[in-house]
Design a binder for this molecule. Structure first.
Ligand SMILES: [Zn+2]
Ligand SMILES: [Zn+2]
Length: 194
């Protein structure tokens, strides 16, 4: 009976995933389109488990983090988090009203995590700038449409997680200027000088 109920609750999201079809993945380094074209060609949608919260990303993310830090492991209850870094105004809320929850991190800091008020699934978070969202990759309708551009905090990576050699990995963090594509750096500059 419980199982039946669980399946009913999950069905809307699962059906949504099935309707989407295969992902069209383009390597980010070859992306030379300007923002307008990019925004039209690469929108992704996602949401929470109960279907109340739905969002659309107006463009590709700036960069995709796979974070293996202890905070992310605790927050997700898993081995790592996939974060799509994207301008806050490019995360379009289609339905629902995610509520921010201040979550304690190591070092006495707090991080805001937006959750569906009903099923409490976390859809995105904010670290420092309110202009930048960290969208949780697992909440996309098609999670396979993104792959990490970088692995960070691998010092606490679980030993059975293997990182492909083709993807940069860092014990702690990295230099944005050295790693981000030029188009993303331009977007970041536009964000900070707004
Ligand atoms: Zn929900
Ligand atoms: Zn982390």
């Amino acid at each position: 009976m419980l199982l039946e109920l669980g399946r009913d609750v999950l069905r809307p999201v699962e059906e949504q995933r099935l309707r989407l079809g295969p992902a069209t993945y383009r390597p980010r380094c070859e992306n030379t389109l300007d923002v307008e074209e990019e925004a039209m060609s690469d929108t992704r949608e996602g949401g929470c488990a109960c279907g109340q919260v739905r969002y659309r990303l107006r463009s590709d993310p700036l960069f995709v983090h796979c974070c293996h830090c202890l905070n992310c492991q605790r927050q997700t209850g898993s081995a790592f988090v996939i974060n799509l870094l994207i301008e806050t105004d490019r995360v379009e809320l289609l339905a629902g009203d995610p509520a921010p929850v201040a979550v304690a991190r190591s070092g006495g800091k707090k991080q805001k995590i937006w959750r569906c008020p009903t099923c409490q699934v976390a859809v995105y978070s904010q670290y420092t700038s309110a202009r930048l969202r960290f969208v949780r990759g697992g909440t996309l309708d098609d999670p396979a449409s993104v792959a990490p551009d970088v692995h960070i905090f691998t010092r606490s990576k679980l030993p059975w997680v293997e990182i492909p050699e083709s993807v940069p990995a860092f014990n702690v963090y990295y230099d944005t200027k050295k790693l981000w594509p030029a188009a993303s750096l331009e977007r970041l500059t536009a964000l900070t000088t707004r």
